[in-house]
Design a protein around this ligand. Structure first.
Ligand SMILES: NC(=O)C1=CN([C@@H]2O[C@H](COP(=O)(O)OP(=O)(O)OC[C@H]3O[C@@H](n4cnc5c(N)ncnc54)[C@H](O)[C@@H]3O)[C@@H](O)[C@H]2O)C=CC1
Ligand SMILES: O=C(O)C(=O)Cc1ccc(O)cc1
Length: 304
């Protein structure tokens, strides 16, 4: 559908607060989709805001969050999940009464609760399941969300107009839009995203502590590279994500520990048949994931 006939056509000004990898990529994706309104950006550091302006990611670099949201029809929060509540409180007095507010955070329950407390049904949580291990506006790409999914997490409080707008926003960015309650999202993403990141960090912690880690670096292949890529992600952001989804992540870690212990016991016993059977179940599960959707997109495209 051409963007002028689209529900986004009524949106004259979008404010992106936190113009980093995801906020910046969304701004670029909207431009590429034909959005012709104004995009105002705010980033915590002035140099970052100016960079977003210089790169053409935003039309104006606001000096404060309040300046960015003044007159905005749609406000997108692109900061780490733990930073959202304070930012919401900061913009609430200047955010127009009809403005729709949304976010891109990797964890939803706490953010949605804070958003609804501040903006009522005008707040709709969203999470594009697409990204990469780099951060900052310089890494932003217009095509980052294409052929990806975005989960939006409406609740009984959600305003249908706000929901339509946020659906349209992510469809325009190139995503298939899925809907589920915030807690269901968090439980799922603990397994599909937060646990894998934790494991990659754990692997590299172990590697770094190895007495011959320098020498080992020369002995790594593609498997090591694939497994460890996401340990290059922003440590502060991931500590925040892990803590924001603490309960669900702890549950996933516990189950993983049981699986590891099972494999360890089979190793101790020298039980080749049991090990091969477990590995075969794992391989079938991964083959099935690859067959149902393009989960390898980030890994192959952005590796390196
Ligand atoms: N990195 C990824 O691949 C993905 C990240 N996300 C979510 O997107 C959000 C942003 O992540 P990225 O774009 O990767 O990070 P980024 O570091 O590229 O951008 C974050 C932005 O937030 C600002 N910021 C950081 N801490 C802040 C604070 N305490 N107060 C105010 N502003 C602050 C930064 O200045 C920057 O403008 C996070 O909520 C993350 O969970 C969602 C999908 C994928
Ligand atoms: O780099 C990768 O492969 C990712 O997994 C990116 C990513 C990071 C955080 C999210 O909430 C969603 C996607």
């Amino acid at each position: 559908m051409p963007l002028e006939e689209h529900v986004l056509a009524g949106v004259e000004r979008i404010a992106v607060l936190g113009v980093g990898l995801i906020g910046g990529s969304l701004a670029l994706a909207l431009r590429r989709a034909g959005y012709s309104g104004r995009i105002a950006g705010y980033s915590r550091r002035t140099a970052e805001s100016e960079r977003a302006l210089a790169l053409g990611v935003v039309d104006e670099a606001a000096a404060t969050p309040a300046e960015a949201v003044a007159g905005a029809d749609l406000v997108v929060l692109g900061v780490p999940p733990g930073a959202m509540p304070a930012l919401m409180a900061q913009i609430a007095p200047t955010c127009a009464g009809q403005a729709v507010v949304t976010d891109v955070g990797s964890v939803k329950a706490a953010v949605v609760a804070a958003g609804e407390a501040q903006f009522g049904g005008r707040f709709i949580g969203a999470h594009p399941i697409a990204g990469k291990e780099r951060h900052g506006v310089a890494a932003a790409e217009a095509g980052l969300f294409r052929h990806s999914r975005c989960v939006i997490t409406p609740t009984a409080t959600s305003d249908p107009r706000a929901l339509d707008l946020v659906r349209a926003l992510w469809a325009a960015a190139g995503c298939e839009v899925l809907e589920m309650p915030p807690a269901v999202h968090d439980e799922a993403l603990a397994v599909t995203s937060h646990l894998p990141h934790l494991l990659a960090f754990a692997l590299m912690e172990q590697f770094a502590a190895h007495p011959r880690s320098k020498e080992l670096s020369r002995l790594t292949g593609g498997g090591f590279r694939d497994f460890s890529r996401i340990a290059s992600s922003d440590p502060a952001l991931w500590a925040d994500i892990a803590l924001q989804n603490r309960e669900a992540l702890l549950q996933a870690v516990q189950i993983y520990q049981q699986t590891l212990e099972r494999f360890a016991e089979q190793l101790r016993q020298g039980d080749q048949a049991a090990l091969a059977a477990g590995f075969a179940r794992a391989k079938r599960a991964r083959d099935a994931v690859l067959a149902t959707h393009s989960c390898s997109k980030t890994g192959s495209k952005h590796d390196g």
